[in-house]
Design a protein around this ligand. Structure first.
Ligand SMILES: [Fe+2]
Length: 272
C-alpha cells in the first residue's frame, strides 16, 4: 500500500507544557488545527504512523550519532521529560517490530539508516502524538534525522531519506501514514527563545507547500542559523515529507507565531 496520509506539524514542548500561559484564543486556534489534523489522519485509516522527528539528545549522543535512524520495537516509552513540565503523562506507545523491519530493509537499499530496538520518545514525538493519537492505539514507527549535533545530516540526504521512506511504504501491504515534526524558525533553549522569524517561516512554508525541491535544498545551515536559529535545522523533517510525496502540493492549514510556545506553530498536510 502506498502512503494514505502525509503532513507536518510543530512539536515545541511549550505547546502543551505552557498552554495556560498563551493567549487563549491563539491556543484554541492551534488546538483546533491539531484536532482537524487528527480527523484527517483518522479518516485515512492508517495501520501505522511513521513520525520523522528531530530528537534532542534523548537517545542519540555525540559518542555515536546517526544521521538517520528508525525504531524497530514492539513498543516505546515516553515522554523522557518530566511529565509535569511537558504536560504529558508517561505512557507506553505501541510499535510494530515486523513492520519496522520490513520498512528498514527497504529504506536501507537507498539510505544508510541506523535502527534501534530501544527508543524513549521526547517531546519531538510526544507532543504530536498527544494531539494526533491521544489514545496511543496506533502503532508508531519513529524515525530521526540528526538536526542537533554537527555535522548535521545534509539536506540532499534528508531528501533521499524521504524518497527511501516512500519506496518502503509502497513496498508493504499496510496503510502507512507519515508526518514530519520540527522547526521552523526558533531559538529553543537559548536567551532568544520566543523569537520567531515569521517572514522566514512563511517563505519556507510557501516553498514547502509548492514542493519546490530546488528552493528547499538551497538552504544553507550557517545562514539559517543566523536568520532562523538553530531550531531551523529541523526543516529537514518537513523536507523529508516533501521528498516522500514529491510532485504533490501541500496545504498549510495553520501558521501562527505564538511566542510563549517559542515557535511559529504550523499544521499542514500533503494533498494526497
Ligand atoms: Fe525540536
Amino acid at each position: 500500500m502506498s502512503l494514505v496520509f502525509a503532513g507536518v506539524c510543530s512539536h515545541a514542548p511549550g505547546i502543551v507544557g505552557r498552554a495556560d500561559q498563551a493567549d487563549p484564543a491563539a491556543k484554541d486556534r492551534l488546538y483546533d488545527a491539531f484536532a482537524d489534523m487528527r480527523n484527517r489522519l483518522e479518516a485515512s485509516e492508517p495501520d501505522a504512523l511513521i513520525v520523522v522527528a528531530a530528537e534532542h539528545f534523548a537517545n542519540f549522543f555525540m559518542n555515536n550519532m546517526p544521521s538517520f535512524a528508525m525504531g524497530m520495537a514492539d513498543y516505546y516509552e515516553g515522554p523522557i521529560e518530566n511529565p509535569d513540565w511537558l504536560g504529558i503523562q508517561k505512557t507506553r506507545i505501541p510499535g510494530d517490530k515486523s513492520l519496522s523491519e520490513r520498512l528498514i530493509r527497504k529504506v536501507m537499499e537507498r539510505s544508510d539508516v541506523s535502527y534501534a530496538e530501544e527508543w524513549k520518545f521526547d517531546h519531538g514525538i510526544m507532543v504530536p502524538l498527544h494531539f494526533l493519537t491521544p489514545s496511543y492505539k496506533l502503532p508508531i514507527i519513529p524515525a530521526n534525522i540528526n538536526c542537533q549535533g554537527p555535522p548535521l545530516a545534509p539536506l540532499n540526504r534528508a531528501w533521499a531519506f524521504g524518497q527511501a521512506l516512500r519506496e518502503a511504504a509502497d513496498s508493504v501491504p499496510e496503510r502507512i501514514a507519515l508526518i514530519g515534526t520540527g522547526g521552523i524558525s526558533h531559538w529553543p533553549a537559548t536567551p532568544d527563545s520566543g523569537k520567531i522569524n515569521e517572514e522566514w517561516d512563511r517563505r519556507f512554508l510557501d516553498e514547502w507547500s509548492r514542493c519546490d525541491k530546488d528552493a528547499m535544498l538551497s538552504y544553507d545551515d550557517t545562514q539559517s542559523y543566523i536568520d532562523a536559529g538553530q531550531g531551523a535545522f529541523e526543516i529537514r523533517t518537513f523536507m523529508t515529507i516533501s521528498a516522500a510525496t514529491e510532485g504533490i502540493e501541500g496545504t498549510v492549514h495553520f501558521y501562527e507565531p505564538i511566542p510563549i510556545f517559542a515557535v511559529g506553530c504550523t499544521i499542514a498536510t500533503i494533498n494526497l
